[in-house]
Design a protein around this ligand. Structure first.
Ligand code: PAF
Length: 296
């Protein structure tokens, strides 16, 4: 496994591997502090491609003022061990100076999809994500790029960018990985105090309860789903709900309260963002009525 810190060296190495028949290139973009969710992306990339590039870059331009850019957890040595044990060929770890030698005057911004949910609570966040992901695509030139569905809105936004700009890369969304008790894996889980970690289980519990009731037909409309999600999450005295939304997926249009989720054949996403103390967690679940074909 090669560890590369400059764009020039990364380009030369990918070119060398491609020209010597290594096969398609897969990119797993991350901000490091790797966990089993990232490992699942690396494994999928390993299955599908001949060169697996893992990028580790805590991207300053996707953090707002007062967010956790400085304190975002970092552990390079551990990350390199995780990458190696998951069959990564190249780890690309650029510094901020390498990625943004001068303040950037160009940004890539996807409209509409980015104005709600995390885009509403974190203004500018998705512009930072699409700009850096575009840069990474231009640097690595991957055939496939792998993203976790925990950040479902991010997946939808990146798919839209790829479509709109005719980028020559196939996005591979990968399922959410959870702890045994249901908590979705996130690098930010490390911030949770034991009490908050315990209470955070209301996220997956609310999603599972809503999915079960939808399957049984005991609730059918978006309004009923919203109410149920809110009710279950509010069982935790410390949960502070940012949003508990029901939207079409991947176009991310909020459903009217009286819209029925069953019988449409469309995919629907149940999307949550909830604060526990200082930590904001997101989670989601896709619901596909039986007559439809699941998106992911
Ligand atoms: O999902 C993340 O970790 C980041 O948003 C990404 C895609 C690596 C861009 O910085």
């Amino acid at each position: 496994m090669k560890v590369i810190r400059t764009i020039e060296e990364l380009r030369a190495e990918v070119k060398h591997r491609t020209s010597t028949g290594a096969g398609p290139v897969g990119l797993v973009p991350t901000m490091g502090y790797l966990h089993e969710g990232h490992a699942s992306l690396m494994k999928r990339a390993r299955e599908m491609t001949g060169t697996v590039v893992l990028s580790i870059f805590v991207n300053p331009i996707q953090f707002g003022p007062g967010e956790d850019f400085e304190t975002y957890p970092r552990d390079e040595q551990r990350d390199l061990a995780v990458a190696e044990s998951n069959g990564v060929d190249i780890v690309f770890i650029p510094g901020v100076q390498e990625m943004y030698p001068k303040p950037t005057k160009t940004k890539v911004a996807v409209s509409e999809l980015t104005s709600l949910l995390c885009g509403a609570s974190r203004p500018g966040h998705f512009d930072g994500v699409t700009t850096v992901v575009n840069k990474l695509f231009n640097i690595v030139k991957p055939d496939f790029a792998f993203f976790g569905m925990k950040d479902a809105q991010q997946v939808a936004v990146i798919e839209q960018m790829v479509y709109d700009l005719n980028l020559d890369v196939k996005i591979v969304p990968c399922p959410i990985v959870r702890e045994a008790d249901g908590l979705a894996l996130s690098s930010r889980n490390v911030y949770l105090k034991p009490e908050e970690r315990e209470q955070a289980l209301v996220l997956s519990r609310s999603l599972n309860t809503a999915l079960e009731q939808l399957e049984k037909g005991s609730i059918t409309t978006a309004g009923e789903v919203r109410d149920l999600l809110t009710k279950v999450i509010s069982e935790s005295p410390i949960a502070d709900i940012d949003y508990a939304e029901v939207l079409s997926f991947p176009d991310m249009i909020p459903l009217e309260n009286d819209s029925r989720l069953s019988g449409t054949g469309n995919a629907t996403i149940l999307a949550l963002a909830v604060r526990f103390g200082k930590t904001r967690l997101i989670d989601n679940a896709l619901f596909q009525s039986k007559e439809g074909i699941p998106h992911v």
